[in-house]
Write a protein that binds this ligand. Structure first.
Ligand SMILES: [Zn+2]
Ligand SMILES: [Zn+2]
Length: 279
């Protein structure tokens, strides 16, 4: 049986391992394919593709775009786009700039909450990694302000928590268009973070399918068997490709393991073929 992990992060966004290392780990784990899906950034794709050829594992060019969504967190995965597409690169550059401007603001919010923290300390912890919220979490842990990553996000860094800073995002339909414009396929990541009921999700996705959505991440570590069954039903009704991944972040996300896509396991190579052949 073939198995594939279609959701992973490297140091190009907020993962703890460089793209080459993530691909090597996937090959060592025996995966048949891996998609590197860094947040708003395709800077690691070329290195991942090259390592994939050396290690004999299929690497799928990927990205995870944060999109505007009132009710919850909306992440759109893109696969099989042309990494050299100029329009896609330019739109992603805009998002990276927004991300860079956001970090010093998070430090300021934490300071305003009376926490003894400087942005320099966070940059030092990040080292060569792109600064992101996991680095803030690590500094908060090191200072004994929180006991673990979950507490750091629940109290300070998570959406709408005390030190949360909003940043510019594209609307979901703009994310679909960016991915499709570069010849890629758009897939909704971890649907539960949208915070919708099944009826609301089904209605929304019906619209999104018309706008170009081709798949949904059904197999995911945070999904229960029951959630997977519900998402499967919605995906089947709408003709969406059922993808899955581990959302591996290395040491920057507790419990994320390459090749662990939740209770029903990872999808097979068949899903990669469906994504590649999606119109
Ligand atoms: Zn995500
Ligand atoms: Zn992710």
């Amino acid at each position: 049986m073939s198995w594939v992990d279609l959701h992973s992060h490297s140091t190009v966004s907020d993962g703890s391992f460089p793209p080459e290392a993530v691909v090597r780990m996937a090959a060592n784990a025996g995966l048949d394919a891996l998609a590197l899906t860094d947040h708003d950034n395709i800077g690691g794709v070329a290195a991942a593709l090259k390592t994939g050829r050396l290690e004999g594992i299929l690497v799928v060019p990927g990205v995870e775009i944060s999109a505007e969504f009132q009710r919850g967190t909306c992440h759109i995965l893109g696969y099989f786009f042309d990494p050299s597409d100029a329009a896609l690169r330019e739109k992603l550059d805009t998002l990276q700039r927004a991300r860079a401007e956001r970090n010093p603001k998070i430090a300021m919010k934490l300071q305003n909450l009376g926490i003894d923290i400087t942005y320099k300390e966070v940059q030092a912890v990040a080292g060569s990694e792109q600064v992101g919220r996991p680095h803030f979490a690590r500094v908060l842990m090191d200072k004994g302000i929180v006991k673990d990553f979950n507490e750091a996000f629940d109290r300070f860094l998570g959406k709408d928590k005390a030190a949360y800073v909003d940043k510019f995002r594209y609307r979901p339909e703009e994310a679909f268009a960016m991915i499709q414009g570069a010849g890629g396929v758009a897939v909704l990541a971890h649907p539960y973070t949208l915070n919708l009921s099944d009826e609301e999700l089904a209605a929304l996705l019906k619209q999104w399918v018309e706008w170009g959505l081709k798949g949904m991440e059904v197999f995911y570590p945070d999904h229960t068997e029951e959630m997977i069954a519900r998402y499967e039903r919605i995906a089947d009704t709408l003709g969406l490709i059922k993808t899955g991944g581990s959302d591996f972040h290395g040491n920057n996300k507790e419990g994320s393991v390459l090749g662990d896509c939740g209770p029903r396991g990872c999808p097979s190579m068949d899903v990669v073929k469906q994504l590649k052949q999606a119109p």
